[in-house]
Design a protein around this ligand. Structure first.
Ligand code: ZN
Ligand code: ZN
Length: 283
């Protein structure tokens, strides 16, 4: 595995290890390109809602500055990209983009952990009797999110757990994969789910990716540095790719985040290693 773009840290509160520890473990595992995608700080306006599974809002600057400095330190050993895993919440997404605008990040991945706007919703991965309707809502929202053009791939597309028949799940995942494919992005085969024997990744996802010809990408979804050294999951994932004849992309086309920024944001180019500059967004 030469690249992984799904990496967390201690900052989200349910992962362990510093950025440096992840980088060193990744180098040891032979990874050449490492993308950090910590659970993004999200702003819920004046609703008073607080997410417990994300990095705190005030930590965004430390996260990015730490990675900018490590990028320099490890420049000869590994290529580092700075990203966030985030949800698409229609009510708060624009505000979120504006808030992270001054941070010198390179990319976002979509991990739709809740539908709606999170507030009052149940976690996508919680088994729910919501049935087909809940599943369709989830798929629609993922597609809407990917259509914004802000995300570079769709993480654990089959995170959603409902009580539908396999054929219904497959049908909806075909719709999801087809839509993501048409937009030109890959869907993830999630190693955390495999490693922890979770309900995902599903056979229905492999079938849907095969049927639609949607690209797949491996995502370690690391919440501790040692998982980069887990060769067993990698072997299992490779077997699946071969068994279903999936098209695996090994490196990600990082979208030019600068281009995607709201017009009022004149952030410095990431690769100038520009430090955090909040004033850049208020010009
Ligand atoms: Zn997590
Ligand atoms: Zn993740």
């Amino acid at each position: 595995m030469i690249a992984n773009y799904h990496t967390h840290t201690y900052r989200c509160g349910h992962g362990i290890g510093t950025e440096k520890e992840y980088i060193e473990a990744a180098i040891q595992a032979g990874i050449r390109i490492l993308g950090f995608s910590e659970h993004a700080p999200y702003w819920f306006g004046d609703t008073g809602h607080y997410s417990r599974f994300r990095m705190p809002v005030h930590d965004g600057e430390n996260y990015v500055n730490t990675l900018l400095s490590l990028r320099k330190e490890y420049a000869n050993d590994i290529e580092i990209f700075i990203g966030f895993e985030a949800e698409y919440y229609p009510l708060f997404f624009q505000g979120f983009l504006e808030k992270i605008c001054p941070l010198a990040y390179d990319y976002l991945i979509l991990g739709q952990h809740f539908t709606g706007n999170e507030i009052g919703e149940i976690y996508t991965g919680t088994p729910s009797p919501g049935g087909k309707e809940r599943l369709q809502t989830y798929v629609n929202q993922c597609l809407e999110g990917m259509k914004t053009g802000k995300f570079s791939y769709l993480a654990h597309p089959d995170l959603i757990q409902t009580n539908v028949k396999s054929s219904v799940l497959r049908g909806e995942l075909v719709r999801l994969c087809q839509g993501v494919k048409e937009l030109g992005y890959p869907v993830e085969i999630n190693f955390l789910g495999m490693r922890d024997h979770r309900a995902y990744p599903t056979v229905e996802l492999y079938q849907a990716a095969a049927e639609t010809g949607c690209d797949v990408i491996f995502g370690v979804d690391a919440h501790s540095p040692d998982v980069f050294l887990d060769q067993n999951t990698l072997k299992r994932a490779r077997k699946i790719v071969n068994a279903y004849g999936l098209h695996l992309v090994k490196t990600l086309q990082i979208r030019n985040a600068e281009e995607e920024m709201p017009k009022q944001c004149h952030r410095m180019n990431n690769h100038d290693n520009a430090p955090y500059n909040a004033s850049a967004c208020n010009e």
